[in-house]
Design a protein around this ligand. Sequence first.
Ligand SMILES: Cc1cc2nc3c(=O)[nH]c(=O)nc-3n(C[C@H](O)[C@H](O)[C@H](O)COP(=O)(O)OP(=O)(O)OC[C@H]3O[C@@H](n4cnc5c(N)ncnc54)[C@H](O)[C@@H]3O)c2cc1C
Ligand code: SF4
Length: 327
Amino acid sequence: MSLPLFKLLRPRSLDEAVSFLESHGGNLRVLAGGTDLIPSMRQKLFEPEFVLDIRHIPELKGIRLARGQDVTIGALTTLSELERSAFLRQHYPVLTEAAATVASPVLRNMGTIGGNICLDTRCLWYNQSLTWRKGCGFCIKKDGDLCHVAPGGSKCWAAFSGDTPPALLCLNAEVEIAGATGARRIPLVEFYTGIGDNYRKLQPSEILTRVFLPEASADYRGVYRKLRIRGSIDYPLAGVAVAMKRANGHVSDARVAVTAVNPAPMLVGKAGPLLEGRVVDEALAEAVGELAAKTAKPLTTSALTPEYRREMIRVFTKRAVLAAATS
Ligand SMILES: Cc1cc2nc3c(=O)[nH]c(=O)nc-3n(C[C@H](O)[C@H](O)[C@H](O)COP(=O)(O)OP(=O)(O)OC[C@H]3O[C@@H](n4cnc5c(N)ncnc54)[C@H](O)[C@@H]3O)c2cc1C
Ligand code: SF4
């Protein structure tokens, strides 16, 4: 599958990138590691006139640590850098665990945290070649007006399938978004819409620049569990992140989030209150698993059945809660 023709823009600074976005935003795609964008362009899911290659912008790279302050991660920081960071592994383990499960080592060397957060939603009826989609029928997310997964409805249910966002949600992470009118910082939980074909709150003229890990979220025990078909490379078909702090054996604070089972990564709202003040045992972990399974609303967007994916959310959540309480 060949790439469609496009003009490549290569800004050397964030200001230059923002001015390109302002002038060409309506017909442009941002390229970071390209590990998701390029295959999607080959499948003609995106045929932008301009591609904005942001890889040569130094201020978007790297992890900045300062004692007693939030950690700042540039959008271009690769997943391998996250995985290998001894500081993050020690203080924000749920993030390094999640990053280490993305795709394969080669893709993690290219793929960035910004790309993982902005990742397009996925569906069996969408992530296909143009020839396949022509033959089987277009849908709401691209070129059509019906949904094969939920016929009769007008909503796209394509699943958000990134691994690091649920970990970031458990850490109360924030993101910075830059555009012509300046930069704004929002909680990651507000970045996603829950609508498969319009899944993120990012204007065409905006770019995600940084991720912030609050100092207050440091030193939580963290666990990430993921269901996929090929353990060495695949996207998650269900994923669970848990971050937990304990004092005297009792949970003092905890958050649980799921991915790949809704059009957005989601916090399991009632999990924290249920866990807080309690000693984790099998029954409590099972109850949290039930809550996570209720938050998950998988549909037939992937190769495994919705029933199995929801059941695995329950099982993985239970295991992850028990592991976080004993690790
Ligand atoms: C075989 C295979 C397996 C994979 N398995 C997984 C997996 O297990 N888990 C997983 O999470 N992902 C997986 N991926 C997807 C991908 O590798 C990762 O999600 C990666 O982190 C994407 O980052 P990137 O920098 O390559 O993004 P890109 O491909 O460059 O971009 C992805 C999207 O985000 C946008 N974007 C990128 N950066 C920014 C920014 N700073 N601001 C605004 N928009 C931006 C792009 O325009 C594009 O829409 C897989 C990909 C392949 C090909
Ligand atoms: S959920 Fe429906 S509209 Fe969305 S990509 Fe799948 S088939 Fe298309």
